[in-house]
Design a protein. Structure first.
Length: 153
């Protein structure tokens, strides 16, 4: 997502390996205390995190935001569930897809956009082992083709 005024803080690369990404959405994040300062310093990890719709609101679980070094009592639990801010219609659409079609909601990246912390969440379908093998074989073949053409130039 290389746009003007966008600085990527953290990415969930494993999600692209483990899931087929059907749709992506942009969401704000409700943060407490010194979490914004910590995220601005890049102390955020999206590994093994997921989002769930609960009571009409979207929450992300497993997103680790390290405590701010210079913070004291205002630091919060690093793994607390964080609420994602989206329009109700979008949340309802995500919830219906998860319930009916067996999709998952996975955060792909955290970034700063015009000074605000945003999350890119995706509606994903899990890959089977043979899908992952196909992707790896396709990438290897593409890399070999690029090497052959680069050697001739």
């Amino acid at each position: 997502m290389p746009q003007e005024g966008v600085k990527v803080i953290a990415q969930n690369r494993k999600a692209r390996h483990d899931y087929f990404i059907e749709e992506t959405y942009e969401a704000g994040i409700e943060l407490h205390g010194t979490e914004v300062k910590s995220i601005r310093l890049g102390q955020c990890n999206l590994k093994d995190c997921f989002a769930v719709v609960k009571d009409g609101e979207l929450f992300v679980y497993g997103m680790h935001v390290s405590p701010y070094e210079k913070g004291s009592f205002s630091n919060t639990d690093p793994l607390r569930p964080k609420r994602l801010l989206m329009h109700k219609a979008e949340i309802r659409k995500l919830q219906q897809s998860v319930m009916q079609k067996g999709f998952s909601i996975i955060p792909l990246e955290i970034y700063l956009k015009s000074g605000r912390v945003k999350a890119q969440v995706a509606l994903c379908r899990g890959k089977k082992l043979y899908d992952k093998r196909d992707d790896m074989a396709r990438r290897d073949a593409q890399r070999d083709i690029e090497r052959t053409f680069a050697g001739r130039g």
